[in-house]
Ligand binder design. Structure first.
Ligand code: MN
Length: 744
């Protein structure tokens, strides 16, 4: 039997040892397929290439992952290094396996040469985002582990490059997935190549000290085991030296000597349940002197990646400090194998004890949804979806950019610099020319083609791009660069919007009164400014047209009121019966009037609600007969209606008014909110208003230079009760300290 088959047979035995009932026919077929395809290829070590995929499958089997993962591990380099294809693998081993192999291949093709620190986190995120299935990451990690174990056959340059990549990308990912054991081995292997001198120094010192402490680990282990047996605790005790990299880091980063490191030795006590953990802790503290401030309860407060244990440092009789970690079997599996452990422990996982930090949130969620499903189902649903709203791409220099999902070359260009976006004439993705609409994918290398004679962005880009950054920069450009054009486009946009509403632009611009009001409301000095604002996108044409319509309705209403009020005025000053058409006996009887107001002594007269205090039904009110505008209604507490301030000559014009029985109209009123300024304040106000379903006519928020904000609202409400409800709701918003009605 050749070496390849010998190794394969060993793998098969190990699979059956972990999973006695396993049907290994597919695994064998995958081995034969990979063996045929890799053929006579050799690794740098001189071994047949197939030895590598078998070794990766061995590590996957140790993690006790499902069979698809083992099969995929055997096939993981086929697409990259042989003439095998995705379709062929899908046909022979199923679409699941083909997806996994393809996923691993994508990660293999990614380049992670060393970059600045801030880039590293994006790289790690991209790595995880590119793998849609967490098994892809696990296979890639095992692949890297075997490559690191056999790195001695590579050139010096390759060794350094791979070791750095492993330290910066792979080990942190293993950590994030909670796979401590794998992480430690990756770190130690990397360190050996990155700082061979430092690595061997620590190694030698460790060897010396352990010779000095000869028998310490074994004795202590036996000692602890004995004591716990006396107490009747079922447990396993392991002793070990801390891994080299963790000691190296403490010595170099914190400049400590080996003697100052308290946890050179670590013992693990693994027990059946949580009460036993605390029981063991008590025994340990009874046997040895605990070091103050070194006790940590990660059972009560697990680490973000799900790690749980009790940690304590104590000093043995020989004066040697050591750490004791106490945990249950379940916690132990999670600590060693992280995400992979959940295949082993399908039930009883203490979900609520897992951290809530974002890094592990997705695993927690999956575990919650997994409770009643079988492990195979869990494997299928375990997707890496934590960065679903981001996409990570490279610049040609290898910098990583994070953009919103669905981002296009336009977003990319503006994320680099507005000058790049503004002079963009084309884009290449992975070396090929693409259209501006092309959505970018994780790992794409994007190159922007620019030209000095570029004509600048087009308005359509604002619809194509996904990031606010790009949209704002394009808007800025139009605002600055293209005033003439903005005016022309803005004017035609405005005109067509008006036409839509059945209005004509020329009729409106001819009405100076209307125009002045409109320009004031949109805060534009001149008509051109209004057009330009619409043109560059600072003001929407719909909004401007809607304002126009509102104003026209209002002016029309005023016109009618003026006419009717003149009639009233004429009657009042003549001392006549108020309304000629009203029978005498009903003059003093309250009558329904317009606007839901009953004016004593007057029937069917025009009323208007004063702007200063905006009364709503339920408010005590008083009326004032104006010259020519009907009866103006004030709240009784309005300063303008204060009896003490009324002019004597106008005393006769103040009239009693009251609300009609069932007002059905909505009343405009104004509210002012004072709050501590913060992000999202106006949004929260808008949300609260939409929650109480009140109609908002206008909302304007102003930040004060001193960190406070004022929000003015114009609402339409049915009555005082509804208004009080709104005020109540608004007062509950965080940061809001005063909600009051305008005026009054
Ligand atoms: Mn490989």
């Amino acid at each position: 039997m050749d070496l390849a088959h010998e190794r394969y047979e060993a793998l098969e035995r190990h699979i059956l040892a972990v999973n006695p009932g396993a049907d290994v026919k597919r695994v064998r077929a995958a081995f034969e397929y990979a063996n045929n395809h890799h053929g006579p290829q050799l690794r740098k070590s001189g071994e047949p290439y197939i030895i590598h995929p078998i070794a990766v499958a061995e590590i996957i089997n140790e993690l006790d992952l499902d069979q698809d993962s083992i099969v995929s591990a055997l096939l993981h380099d086929c697409i990259e290094d042989t003439d095998s294809t995705h379709d062929e693998i899908a046909r022979l081993f199923g679409p699941q396996v083909a997806e996994l192999v393809e996923g691993v291949t994508k990660l293999t093709r990614m380049q992670y040469t060393s970059r600045e620190d801030e880039q590293m986190e994006n790289l790690r995120k991209m790595f995880m985002a590119m793998a849609k299935d967490v098994r892809v990451i696990l296979i890639k990690l095992c692949d890297r582990l075997h490559n690191m174990r056999t790195l001695q056959y590579q050139s010096d340059a390759k060794q350094k490059e791979k070791a750095l990549e492993t330290m910066e990308v792979y080990a942190p990912i293993a950590h994030r997935l909670g796979m401590q054991k794998l992480k430690w081995e990756l770190e130690d292997l990397s360190l050996e190549y990155l700082d061979p001198v430092g690595f061997h120094d620590v190694e030698t010192e460790l060897r010396n000290i352990t010779t000095l402490h000869a028998g310490f680990l074994d004795n202590m282990q036996a000692h602890i085991r004995e004591r716990l047996a006396e107490e009747g605790v079922q447990c396993r005790v392991y002793g070990r030296l801390k891994h080299i990299y963790s000691i190296y880091r403490k010595m170099y980063a914190q400049s400590k000597t080996l003697n100052e490191i308290f946890d050179l030795y670590a013992f693990r006590v693994i027990v059946e349940d949580i009460p036993a953990c605390y029981n063991v802790l008590g025994c340990i503290h009874d046997m040895f002197k605990p070091v103050l401030g070194r006790f940590k309860d990660y059972i009560g407060t697990p680490k973000p990646n799900g790690y749980q244990s009790l940690h304590t440092t104590v000093i043995g009789r020989e004066g040697i400090p050591f750490e004791v970690q106490i945990r249950t079997w379940q916690m132990h599996q999670t600590a060693e194998y992280g995400v992979a452990a959940h295949w082993k422990y399908k039930q009883g996982m203490a979900n609520e004890k897992l951290g809530t930090e974002r890094d592990f949130e997705w695993v927690r969620k999956l575990l919650e949804s997994q409770q009643d499903t079988d492990p195979d189902e869990f494997v299928r649903t375990l997707r890496v979806d934590m960065f679903a709203d981001e996409v990570f791409v490279f610049t040609p220099n290898g910098d990583v950019k994070s953009l919103p999902a669905g981002a296009t070359p336009i977003d990319f260009a503006y994320s680099i610099h507005s000058a790049i976006g503004n002079s963009m004439t084309g884009a290449r993705v992975n070396g090929r020319i693409v259209t501006f609409e092309t959505p970018l994918k994780n790992g794409d290398i994007v190159e922007i083609i620019t030209s000095k004679s570029a004509r600048g962005p087009s308005r359509d880009w604002m619809k194509i791009c996904k990031s606010n950054e790009a949209r704002n920069k394009i808007r800025q450009w139009f605002k600055k660069e293209r005033r003439e054009e903005n005016i022309a486009t803005g004017r035609s946009m405005f005109e067509s919007e008006l036409k839509h509403a059945g209005l004509s632009l020329s009729a409106i611009t001819a009405n100076q009164e209307l125009l002045d009001i409109l320009l004031r409301r949109v805060r534009c000095g001149q008509l051109d400014e209004l057009y330009a604002a619409i043109g560059y996108g600072g003001l929407s044409a719909q909004k401007a047209a809607a304002r126009i319509k509102e104003e026209m309705t209002r002016l029309g209403r005023l016109e009618r009121q003026r006419a009717e009020a003149e009639a009233i005025q004429a009657s009042v000053s003549a001392g006549e019966t108020v309304y000629p058409s009203t029978p005498k006996d009903s003059i003093l009887a309250p009558k329904r009037s317009s606007g839901g107001i009953v004016v004593e002594g007057l029937d069917n007269c025009m009323v208007k609600f004063s702007k200063c205090c905006t009364p709503v039904p339920g408010d005590p009110v008083v009326g004032f007969i104006t010259k020519g505008y009907g009866v103006s209604i004030h709240r009784q507490d309005c300063p303008n209606a204060d009896p003490a301030r009324r002019k004597p000559e106008e005393a006769g014009r103040w009239v009693k008014v009251s609300w009609a029985q069932a007002p059905d109209a909505a009343y405009r009123t104004s509210i002012e909110i004072s709050a501590k300024d913060r992000d999202g304040l106006a949004l929260d106000v808008a949300m609260a208003l939409s929650a109480v379903k009140v109609k908002v006519n206008n909302l304007s928020a102003r930040s004060q230079p001193d960190g406070y904000a004022t929000i003015n609202l114009e609402l339409a409400v049915k009555d005082q009760r509804e208004l009080n409800g709104v005020i109540n709701k608004l007062s509950q918003i965080s940061g809001v300290f005063l909600v009051k009605r305008a005026g009054g």
